[in-house]
Design a binder for this molecule. Sequence first.
Ligand SMILES: Cc1cc2nc3c(=O)[nH]c(=O)nc-3n(C[C@H](O)[C@H](O)[C@H](O)COP(=O)(O)OP(=O)(O)OC[C@H]3O[C@@H](n4cnc5c(N)ncnc54)[C@H](O)[C@@H]3O)c2cc1C
Length: 473
Amino acid sequence: MSEKTEADIIILGVGTCGEDLSLRLLGAGIEVIGIEADLIGGECPYWACIPSKVMVQAAAAVQDTRHAAAMTGISEIKPDWAPVATRLRWITGGWSNATALQRYAERGGTMITGYGRLTGPRTVSVDGRTYSARRGIVIAVGSKPFIPPIEGIDAIEYWTTHDIMKLEALPSSLLVLGGGPAGCELGQVMARFGVEVTIIEPGDRILSREEPEASEAVEAAFRGEGIKIHKGARAKRVESRAGSIIAGLTDGTELAGDRLLLAAGRAVDLNGLGLESAGLDPSLRYIEVDERMRAGDGIWAMGDVTGKSLQTHVAEYQSAVIAAEILGQDHPPARYDAVPRCIFTDPEVGAVGMTEARASDQGLDIVVALKQLTRTFRGLIDGVEQGFIKLIADRKSGTLVGATVVGPRGTDMLGMLNLAVHARVPLKELQTMIYAFPSFYGTIGEALGVRRGLTTVLDPDYRGFEALEKVGR
Ligand SMILES: Cc1cc2nc3c(=O)[nH]c(=O)nc-3n(C[C@H](O)[C@H](O)[C@H](O)COP(=O)(O)OP(=O)(O)OC[C@H]3O[C@@H](n4cnc5c(N)ncnc54)[C@H](O)[C@@H]3O)c2cc1C
Protein backbone atom coordinates (compact mmCIF):
# COMPACT_ATOMS: atom_id res chain seq x y z
CA MET A 1 0.00 0.00 0.00
CA SER A 2 1.42 3.40 -0.93
CA GLU A 3 2.02 5.96 1.77
CA LYS A 4 -0.77 8.46 2.33
CA THR A 5 0.19 12.00 1.26
CA GLU A 6 -3.09 13.77 1.98
CA ALA A 7 -5.21 13.97 5.13
CA ASP A 8 -7.68 16.27 6.90
CA ILE A 9 -5.04 17.54 9.31
CA ILE A 10 -1.24 17.51 9.34
CA ILE A 11 0.45 17.81 12.71
CA LEU A 12 4.01 19.07 12.43
CA GLY A 13 5.86 17.84 15.53
CA VAL A 14 4.26 14.84 17.24
CA GLY A 15 5.71 15.56 20.66
CA THR A 16 3.84 16.05 23.92
CA CYS A 17 0.82 17.92 22.59
CA GLY A 18 1.21 16.73 18.98
CA GLU A 19 0.59 13.17 20.12
CA ASP A 20 -2.22 14.31 22.39
CA LEU A 21 -4.02 16.10 19.56
CA SER A 22 -3.41 13.22 17.14
CA LEU A 23 -5.10 10.78 19.50
CA ARG A 24 -8.02 13.14 20.15
CA LEU A 25 -8.64 13.63 16.41
CA LEU A 26 -8.05 10.04 15.35
CA GLY A 27 -10.50 8.92 18.03
CA ALA A 28 -13.12 11.17 16.42
CA GLY A 29 -12.55 9.81 12.92
CA ILE A 30 -10.42 12.66 11.55
CA GLU A 31 -7.67 11.65 9.10
CA VAL A 32 -4.29 12.72 10.47
CA ILE A 33 -0.75 12.73 9.14
CA GLY A 34 1.80 13.26 11.90
CA ILE A 35 5.32 14.39 11.06
CA GLU A 36 7.94 13.78 13.74
CA ALA A 37 11.69 14.21 13.48
CA ASP A 38 12.54 12.26 16.64
CA LEU A 39 10.57 10.42 19.33
CA ILE A 40 6.76 10.42 19.29
CA GLY A 41 5.68 12.04 22.56
CA GLY A 42 8.55 14.53 22.56
CA GLU A 43 10.04 16.04 25.71
CA CYS A 44 7.59 15.07 28.43
CA PRO A 45 7.83 11.25 28.43
CA TYR A 46 11.50 10.88 27.46
CA TRP A 47 13.45 13.94 28.60
CA ALA A 48 11.39 16.08 30.95
CA CYS A 49 8.34 15.74 33.21
CA ILE A 50 8.16 11.98 33.59
CA PRO A 51 11.81 10.91 33.94
CA SER A 52 12.64 13.95 36.06
CA LYS A 53 9.84 13.07 38.47
CA VAL A 54 11.06 9.47 38.62
CA MET A 55 14.34 10.95 39.86
CA VAL A 56 12.58 13.32 42.26
CA GLN A 57 10.58 10.46 43.72
CA ALA A 58 13.71 8.39 44.28
CA ALA A 59 15.39 11.35 45.96
CA ALA A 60 12.32 11.87 48.15
CA ALA A 61 12.58 8.25 49.31
CA VAL A 62 16.20 8.88 50.30
CA GLN A 63 15.19 11.96 52.26
CA ASP A 64 12.24 10.21 53.95
CA THR A 65 14.63 7.64 55.31
CA ARG A 66 16.83 10.39 56.70
CA HIS A 67 13.81 12.10 58.28
CA ALA A 68 12.61 8.85 59.74
CA ALA A 69 15.47 8.93 62.24
CA ALA A 70 13.86 11.84 64.10
CA MET A 71 10.52 10.06 64.41
CA THR A 72 11.30 6.37 64.62
CA GLY A 73 14.90 5.90 65.66
CA ILE A 74 18.07 5.30 63.75
CA SER A 75 17.66 4.62 60.06
CA GLU A 76 20.41 4.29 57.52
CA ILE A 77 20.46 4.47 53.77
CA LYS A 78 23.20 4.16 51.17
CA PRO A 79 21.69 5.75 48.08
CA ASP A 80 22.53 3.92 44.89
CA TRP A 81 21.83 5.36 41.44
CA ALA A 82 21.60 1.98 39.68
CA PRO A 83 17.89 1.33 40.53
CA VAL A 84 17.05 4.87 39.45
CA ALA A 85 18.81 4.37 36.11
CA THR A 86 16.89 1.11 35.67
CA ARG A 87 13.55 2.82 36.38
CA LEU A 88 14.46 5.62 33.95
CA ARG A 89 15.14 3.09 31.21
CA TRP A 90 11.86 1.34 32.02
CA ILE A 91 9.65 4.43 32.14
CA THR A 92 11.01 5.79 28.85
CA GLY A 93 10.85 2.40 27.13
CA GLY A 94 14.61 2.71 26.67
CA TRP A 95 14.03 5.99 24.80
CA SER A 96 12.34 4.08 22.01
CA ASN A 97 9.03 5.07 20.49
CA ALA A 98 8.12 1.61 19.26
CA THR A 99 4.99 1.49 21.44
CA ALA A 100 3.90 5.01 20.46
CA LEU A 101 4.43 4.21 16.77
CA GLN A 102 2.32 1.09 17.06
CA ARG A 103 -0.41 3.00 18.95
CA TYR A 104 -0.41 5.71 16.28
CA ALA A 105 -0.88 3.17 13.52
CA GLU A 106 -3.53 1.22 15.46
CA ARG A 107 -5.57 4.41 15.89
CA GLY A 108 -5.43 4.93 12.13
CA GLY A 109 -2.82 7.72 11.98
CA THR A 110 -0.10 8.04 9.35
CA MET A 111 3.30 8.75 10.85
CA ILE A 112 6.01 10.29 8.71
CA THR A 113 9.43 10.21 10.32
CA GLY A 114 11.61 13.14 9.39
CA TYR A 115 12.05 16.89 9.65
CA GLY A 116 9.14 18.76 8.09
CA ARG A 117 9.02 22.22 6.54
CA LEU A 118 5.97 24.15 5.43
CA THR A 119 5.93 24.85 1.71
CA GLY A 120 2.57 26.64 1.68
CA PRO A 121 -0.49 27.24 3.87
CA ARG A 122 -1.64 23.62 3.49
CA THR A 123 1.50 21.71 2.52
CA VAL A 124 4.53 20.29 4.32
CA SER A 125 7.55 18.70 2.77
CA VAL A 126 9.68 15.95 4.34
CA ASP A 127 12.78 14.69 2.54
CA GLY A 128 11.54 16.04 -0.78
CA ARG A 129 8.06 14.53 -0.52
CA THR A 130 5.01 16.80 -0.13
CA TYR A 131 2.06 16.16 2.17
CA SER A 132 -1.20 18.12 1.89
CA ALA A 133 -3.84 18.96 4.45
CA ARG A 134 -7.46 19.41 3.42
CA ARG A 135 -8.46 21.34 6.56
CA GLY A 136 -5.25 22.66 8.02
CA ILE A 137 -1.87 22.27 9.68
CA VAL A 138 -1.07 22.29 13.38
CA ILE A 139 2.46 23.39 14.31
CA ALA A 140 3.71 21.80 17.55
CA VAL A 141 7.48 21.76 17.19
CA GLY A 142 8.23 22.49 20.87
CA SER A 143 11.44 23.92 22.27
CA LYS A 144 14.99 22.75 22.93
CA PRO A 145 17.46 23.18 25.79
CA PHE A 146 18.95 26.68 25.54
CA ILE A 147 22.73 26.61 25.19
CA PRO A 148 23.96 29.96 26.55
CA PRO A 149 26.63 31.69 24.46
CA ILE A 150 29.42 31.31 27.01
CA GLU A 151 33.07 31.52 25.97
CA GLY A 152 34.51 27.99 25.68
CA ILE A 153 31.14 26.19 25.84
CA ASP A 154 31.69 24.35 22.56
CA ALA A 155 35.06 23.05 23.69
CA ILE A 156 33.81 21.25 26.81
CA GLU A 157 31.51 18.31 27.36
CA TYR A 158 28.43 19.63 29.09
CA TRP A 159 25.13 18.03 30.01
CA THR A 160 21.74 19.32 28.97
CA THR A 161 18.54 18.17 30.66
CA HIS A 162 18.46 15.45 27.98
CA ASP A 163 21.84 13.98 28.93
CA ILE A 164 21.05 13.81 32.62
CA MET A 165 17.98 11.62 32.02
CA LYS A 166 20.24 8.88 30.63
CA LEU A 167 22.69 9.01 33.50
CA GLU A 168 24.09 5.61 34.48
CA ALA A 169 26.54 6.78 37.15
CA LEU A 170 26.84 9.96 39.19
CA PRO A 171 29.69 12.46 39.22
CA SER A 172 31.12 13.48 42.57
CA SER A 173 30.35 17.15 41.97
CA LEU A 174 28.07 19.08 39.64
CA LEU A 175 27.77 22.70 38.58
CA VAL A 176 24.20 23.58 37.62
CA LEU A 177 23.82 26.61 35.41
CA GLY A 178 20.44 28.13 36.21
CA GLY A 179 18.29 28.18 39.33
CA GLY A 180 14.94 27.74 37.58
CA PRO A 181 12.57 24.81 38.09
CA ALA A 182 14.66 22.25 36.15
CA GLY A 183 17.99 23.29 37.71
CA CYS A 184 16.52 23.22 41.21
CA GLU A 185 14.67 19.91 40.85
CA LEU A 186 17.62 18.10 39.28
CA GLY A 187 20.20 19.76 41.54
CA GLN A 188 18.37 18.60 44.66
CA VAL A 189 18.03 15.06 43.27
CA MET A 190 21.77 14.87 42.65
CA ALA A 191 22.58 16.28 46.09
CA ARG A 192 20.41 13.68 47.81
CA PHE A 193 22.37 10.97 46.02
CA GLY A 194 25.61 12.36 47.40
CA VAL A 195 26.73 14.67 44.59
CA GLU A 196 28.26 17.98 45.68
CA VAL A 197 26.00 20.49 43.91
CA THR A 198 26.53 24.19 43.20
CA ILE A 199 23.76 26.13 41.49
CA ILE A 200 24.86 29.23 39.59
CA GLU A 201 21.98 31.70 39.47
CA PRO A 202 22.55 35.03 37.67
CA GLY A 203 19.64 36.74 39.46
CA ASP A 204 19.36 37.56 43.13
CA ARG A 205 17.22 34.51 43.91
CA ILE A 206 16.44 31.07 42.56
CA LEU A 207 12.93 30.37 41.16
CA SER A 208 12.72 34.05 40.31
CA ARG A 209 9.31 33.83 38.64
CA GLU A 210 7.69 32.75 41.88
CA GLU A 211 6.93 34.60 45.10
CA PRO A 212 10.10 35.74 46.92
CA GLU A 213 8.99 33.74 49.97
CA ALA A 214 9.00 30.60 47.81
CA SER A 215 12.58 31.27 46.73
CA GLU A 216 13.61 31.86 50.36
CA ALA A 217 11.98 28.64 51.56
CA VAL A 218 13.59 26.51 48.85
CA GLU A 219 16.96 28.21 49.33
CA ALA A 220 16.78 27.52 53.08
CA ALA A 221 15.97 23.87 52.44
CA PHE A 222 18.81 23.61 49.90
CA ARG A 223 21.29 25.16 52.32
CA GLY A 224 20.18 22.60 54.93
CA GLU A 225 20.99 19.82 52.48
CA GLY A 226 24.41 21.23 51.65
CA ILE A 227 23.52 22.56 48.18
CA LYS A 228 25.54 25.67 47.40
CA ILE A 229 23.83 28.53 45.57
CA HIS A 230 25.99 31.17 43.92
CA LYS A 231 23.78 34.15 43.12
CA GLY A 232 24.15 37.43 41.26
CA ALA A 233 26.75 36.40 38.66
CA ARG A 234 26.69 34.70 35.28
CA ALA A 235 29.12 32.21 33.87
CA LYS A 236 31.13 34.07 31.25
CA ARG A 237 33.74 31.43 30.47
CA VAL A 238 34.02 27.66 30.87
CA GLU A 239 36.95 25.34 30.35
CA SER A 240 38.05 21.83 31.07
CA ARG A 241 41.08 21.66 33.38
CA ALA A 242 42.66 18.56 34.94
CA GLY A 243 39.48 16.52 34.58
CA SER A 244 37.23 19.22 36.04
CA ILE A 245 35.03 21.85 34.49
CA ILE A 246 35.87 25.35 35.61
CA ALA A 247 33.31 28.13 35.31
CA GLY A 248 34.58 31.71 35.45
CA LEU A 249 31.81 34.02 36.64
CA THR A 250 31.19 37.71 35.98
CA ASP A 251 31.97 38.53 39.64
CA GLY A 252 35.47 37.03 39.30
CA THR A 253 34.66 33.78 41.12
CA GLU A 254 35.88 30.47 39.70
CA LEU A 255 33.82 27.39 40.44
CA ALA A 256 34.84 23.82 39.69
CA GLY A 257 32.83 20.65 39.20
CA ASP A 258 33.21 17.22 37.65
CA ARG A 259 30.32 18.01 35.36
CA LEU A 260 28.28 20.98 34.18
CA LEU A 261 24.51 20.81 33.73
CA LEU A 262 22.97 23.50 31.56
CA ALA A 263 19.53 24.37 32.92
CA ALA A 264 19.40 27.91 31.60
CA GLY A 265 15.98 27.74 29.95
CA ARG A 266 14.50 26.71 26.65
CA ALA A 267 14.96 27.93 23.09
CA VAL A 268 12.34 28.06 20.35
CA ASP A 269 13.80 28.19 16.86
CA LEU A 270 11.36 29.22 14.16
CA ASN A 271 13.98 29.32 11.43
CA GLY A 272 14.00 26.54 8.90
CA LEU A 273 10.33 25.64 9.35
CA GLY A 274 9.25 27.40 6.15
CA LEU A 275 6.82 29.60 8.09
CA GLU A 276 7.12 32.41 5.56
CA SER A 277 5.57 30.16 2.87
CA ALA A 278 2.39 30.13 4.95
CA GLY A 279 2.45 33.87 5.68
CA LEU A 280 3.90 33.53 9.21
CA ASP A 281 6.85 35.54 10.52
CA PRO A 282 9.89 33.34 11.37
CA SER A 283 11.76 36.26 12.96
CA LEU A 284 9.43 36.32 15.99
CA ARG A 285 10.40 34.64 19.26
CA TYR A 286 7.29 32.43 19.31
CA ILE A 287 4.41 31.70 16.93
CA GLU A 288 1.63 34.15 17.72
CA VAL A 289 -1.81 32.63 18.21
CA ASP A 290 -5.27 33.92 19.07
CA GLU A 291 -7.55 32.51 21.78
CA ARG A 292 -8.49 29.62 19.44
CA MET A 293 -4.81 28.83 18.86
CA ARG A 294 -5.07 30.08 15.28
CA ALA A 295 -1.85 31.39 13.79
CA GLY A 296 -3.34 31.96 10.34
CA ASP A 297 -6.02 30.67 8.01
CA GLY A 298 -6.04 26.89 8.48
CA ILE A 299 -2.92 27.03 10.65
CA TRP A 300 -2.88 26.43 14.39
CA ALA A 301 0.03 26.31 16.81
CA MET A 302 0.24 24.87 20.31
CA GLY A 303 2.69 23.97 23.06
CA ASP A 304 6.08 25.51 23.83
CA VAL A 305 6.28 27.07 20.35
CA THR A 306 3.51 29.51 21.36
CA GLY A 307 5.52 30.68 24.39
CA LYS A 308 2.41 30.94 26.60
CA SER A 309 3.76 28.91 29.51
CA LEU A 310 6.20 26.14 28.69
CA GLN A 311 4.49 23.29 30.51
CA THR A 312 2.84 20.05 29.47
CA HIS A 313 -0.52 20.86 31.00
CA VAL A 314 -0.67 24.14 29.06
CA ALA A 315 0.32 22.38 25.82
CA GLU A 316 -2.42 19.79 26.33
CA TYR A 317 -4.96 22.47 27.23
CA GLN A 318 -4.18 24.18 23.94
CA SER A 319 -4.53 20.84 22.16
CA ALA A 320 -8.06 20.55 23.63
CA VAL A 321 -8.94 24.01 22.29
CA ILE A 322 -7.78 23.07 18.77
CA ALA A 323 -9.47 19.67 18.87
CA ALA A 324 -12.78 21.30 19.81
CA GLU A 325 -12.50 23.74 16.93
CA ILE A 326 -11.67 21.02 14.40
CA LEU A 327 -14.43 18.76 15.71
CA GLY A 328 -16.97 21.57 15.88
CA GLN A 329 -17.39 21.17 19.64
CA ASP A 330 -17.87 23.83 22.29
CA HIS A 331 -14.79 24.97 24.20
CA PRO A 332 -14.27 28.31 25.86
CA PRO A 333 -11.48 30.41 24.30
CA ALA A 334 -8.02 29.80 25.73
CA ARG A 335 -7.22 31.84 28.84
CA TYR A 336 -4.10 31.85 30.95
CA ASP A 337 -5.10 33.58 34.19
CA ALA A 338 -5.31 30.30 36.12
CA VAL A 339 -2.26 28.45 34.84
CA PRO A 340 -0.74 26.22 37.54
CA ARG A 341 3.04 26.21 37.94
CA CYS A 342 4.48 23.25 39.79
CA ILE A 343 8.06 22.86 40.96
CA PHE A 344 8.85 19.46 42.40
CA THR A 345 11.58 20.47 44.78
CA ASP A 346 11.32 19.66 48.46
CA PRO A 347 9.57 21.74 49.67
CA GLU A 348 7.32 21.62 46.63
CA VAL A 349 6.15 24.88 45.10
CA GLY A 350 2.65 25.00 43.66
CA ALA A 351 1.46 28.32 42.29
CA VAL A 352 -1.44 29.53 40.21
CA GLY A 353 -2.37 32.84 38.66
CA MET A 354 -0.63 36.04 39.68
CA THR A 355 2.11 36.62 42.20
CA GLU A 356 1.72 39.58 44.53
CA ALA A 357 4.16 41.65 42.44
CA ARG A 358 2.37 40.84 39.18
CA ALA A 359 -1.04 41.72 40.64
CA SER A 360 0.31 45.03 41.97
CA ASP A 361 1.95 45.80 38.61
CA GLN A 362 -1.41 45.29 36.97
CA GLY A 363 -2.89 47.90 39.29
CA LEU A 364 -5.25 45.54 41.11
CA ASP A 365 -6.45 46.49 44.58
CA ILE A 366 -5.22 43.37 46.35
CA VAL A 367 -5.20 41.91 49.82
CA VAL A 368 -2.55 39.34 50.73
CA ALA A 369 -2.70 36.55 53.31
CA LEU A 370 0.40 34.56 54.29
CA LYS A 371 0.09 31.57 56.59
CA GLN A 372 3.14 29.65 57.77
CA LEU A 373 2.66 25.87 57.82
CA THR A 374 4.81 25.66 60.95
CA ARG A 375 1.91 27.37 62.71
CA THR A 376 -0.65 24.74 61.78
CA PHE A 377 -1.31 21.41 63.46
CA ARG A 378 -0.68 19.51 60.22
CA GLY A 379 2.67 21.22 59.88
CA LEU A 380 3.49 20.46 63.50
CA ILE A 381 2.51 16.79 63.19
CA ASP A 382 4.67 16.33 60.10
CA GLY A 383 7.62 18.28 61.43
CA VAL A 384 7.42 20.72 58.51
CA GLU A 385 10.39 23.09 58.52
CA GLN A 386 9.67 25.20 55.45
CA GLY A 387 6.27 26.01 54.06
CA PHE A 388 3.49 28.52 53.71
CA ILE A 389 0.34 29.39 51.85
CA LYS A 390 0.18 32.80 50.22
CA LEU A 391 -3.10 34.04 48.81
CA ILE A 392 -3.69 37.10 46.67
CA ALA A 393 -7.29 38.36 46.67
CA ASP A 394 -8.74 41.04 44.45
CA ARG A 395 -10.80 43.35 46.65
CA LYS A 396 -13.08 44.43 43.82
CA SER A 397 -14.20 40.98 42.66
CA GLY A 398 -13.89 39.29 46.05
CA THR A 399 -12.01 36.38 44.48
CA LEU A 400 -8.52 34.94 44.54
CA VAL A 401 -6.33 35.98 41.59
CA GLY A 402 -3.23 34.10 42.69
CA ALA A 403 -1.98 31.59 45.22
CA THR A 404 1.24 29.85 46.17
CA VAL A 405 1.62 26.79 48.34
CA VAL A 406 5.09 25.81 49.47
CA GLY A 407 5.53 22.66 51.50
CA PRO A 408 4.87 18.93 51.45
CA ARG A 409 2.42 18.04 48.67
CA GLY A 410 2.38 21.72 47.68
CA THR A 411 1.68 20.84 44.05
CA ASP A 412 -1.36 18.75 44.99
CA MET A 413 -2.51 21.21 47.64
CA LEU A 414 -2.71 23.67 44.79
CA GLY A 415 -5.70 21.78 43.38
CA MET A 416 -8.48 23.62 45.17
CA LEU A 417 -6.75 26.98 44.73
CA ASN A 418 -6.35 26.24 41.02
CA LEU A 419 -10.12 25.72 40.86
CA ALA A 420 -10.82 28.81 42.97
CA VAL A 421 -8.79 31.06 40.66
CA HIS A 422 -10.08 29.40 37.48
CA ALA A 423 -13.76 29.43 38.46
CA ARG A 424 -13.47 32.77 40.29
CA VAL A 425 -15.05 31.24 43.37
CA PRO A 426 -16.20 34.00 45.75
CA LEU A 427 -14.03 34.20 48.86
CA LYS A 428 -17.10 33.93 51.05
CA GLU A 429 -17.68 30.42 49.62
CA LEU A 430 -14.12 29.42 50.39
CA GLN A 431 -14.40 30.88 53.86
CA THR A 432 -17.62 29.11 54.75
CA MET A 433 -16.97 25.58 53.49
CA ILE A 434 -15.90 22.70 55.74
CA TYR A 435 -12.19 21.76 55.69
CA ALA A 436 -11.03 18.36 56.94
CA PHE A 437 -8.82 18.38 60.03
CA PRO A 438 -5.91 17.79 60.21
CA SER A 439 -5.42 17.60 56.45
CA PHE A 440 -2.83 19.60 54.55
CA TYR A 441 -5.50 21.16 52.35
CA GLY A 442 -7.33 22.16 55.51
CA THR A 443 -4.54 24.64 56.15
CA ILE A 444 -5.83 26.58 53.12
CA GLY A 445 -8.94 27.33 55.18
CA GLU A 446 -6.69 28.59 57.96
CA ALA A 447 -4.79 30.73 55.45
CA LEU A 448 -8.08 32.26 54.33
CA GLY A 449 -8.90 33.13 57.93
CA VAL A 450 -11.46 30.44 58.71
CA ARG A 451 -11.06 30.41 62.45
CA ARG A 452 -11.84 27.72 64.88
CA GLY A 453 -10.80 27.87 68.49
CA LEU A 454 -8.01 25.42 67.74
CA THR A 455 -6.38 27.48 65.00
CA THR A 456 -5.75 30.28 67.47
CA VAL A 457 -3.60 28.00 69.62
CA LEU A 458 -0.59 27.94 67.30
CA ASP A 459 -1.08 31.27 65.53
CA PRO A 460 -3.05 33.57 67.87
CA ASP A 461 -2.58 36.76 65.87
CA TYR A 462 -3.21 35.36 62.39
CA ARG A 463 -6.31 36.77 60.69
CA GLY A 464 -6.07 35.85 56.99
CA PHE A 465 -8.86 37.63 55.17
CA GLU A 466 -11.16 37.40 58.17
CA ALA A 467 -10.84 41.00 59.26
CA LEU A 468 -11.41 42.41 55.80
CA GLU A 469 -15.16 42.71 55.76
CA LYS A 470 -15.29 44.02 52.24
CA VAL A 471 -13.48 41.05 50.71
CA GLY A 472 -15.93 38.62 49.19
CA ARG A 473 -18.93 39.82 51.13
C1 LIG B 1 13.71 18.93 32.77
C2 LIG B 1 12.31 19.34 32.44
C3 LIG B 1 11.27 18.98 33.27
C4 LIG B 1 9.97 19.36 32.99
N1 LIG B 1 9.00 19.00 33.85
C5 LIG B 1 7.73 19.38 33.60
C6 LIG B 1 6.69 19.03 34.51
O1 LIG B 1 6.91 18.38 35.53
N2 LIG B 1 5.42 19.42 34.22
C7 LIG B 1 5.13 20.15 33.09
O2 LIG B 1 3.97 20.50 32.88
N3 LIG B 1 6.10 20.50 32.21
C8 LIG B 1 7.38 20.13 32.44
N4 LIG B 1 8.36 20.45 31.54
C9 LIG B 1 7.98 21.16 30.29
C10 LIG B 1 7.36 20.18 29.25
O3 LIG B 1 8.22 19.09 29.06
C11 LIG B 1 7.15 20.91 27.92
O4 LIG B 1 6.44 22.11 28.13
C12 LIG B 1 6.33 20.04 26.95
O5 LIG B 1 6.92 18.78 26.78
C13 LIG B 1 6.24 20.77 25.59
O6 LIG B 1 5.48 20.01 24.71
P1 LIG B 1 5.45 20.38 23.15
O7 LIG B 1 4.49 19.41 22.55
O8 LIG B 1 5.22 21.82 22.96
O9 LIG B 1 6.92 20.11 22.64
P2 LIG B 1 7.77 18.76 22.55
O10 LIG B 1 7.30 17.74 23.49
O11 LIG B 1 9.19 19.19 22.61
O12 LIG B 1 7.45 18.22 21.09
C14 LIG B 1 7.89 18.86 19.94
C15 LIG B 1 8.21 17.77 18.92
O13 LIG B 1 8.38 18.35 17.64
C16 LIG B 1 9.42 17.66 16.97
N5 LIG B 1 9.89 18.55 15.91
C17 LIG B 1 10.48 19.76 16.04
N6 LIG B 1 10.67 20.33 14.84
C18 LIG B 1 10.19 19.44 13.93
C19 LIG B 1 10.08 19.47 12.52
N7 LIG B 1 10.44 20.52 11.80
N8 LIG B 1 9.59 18.36 11.89
C20 LIG B 1 9.17 17.28 12.60
N9 LIG B 1 9.22 17.23 13.95
C21 LIG B 1 9.72 18.30 14.60
C22 LIG B 1 10.42 17.36 18.05
O14 LIG B 1 11.24 16.27 17.67
C23 LIG B 1 9.50 17.03 19.24
O15 LIG B 1 9.24 15.66 19.35
C24 LIG B 1 9.69 20.11 31.81
C25 LIG B 1 10.72 20.47 30.95
C26 LIG B 1 12.02 20.10 31.25
C27 LIG B 1 13.11 20.49 30.31
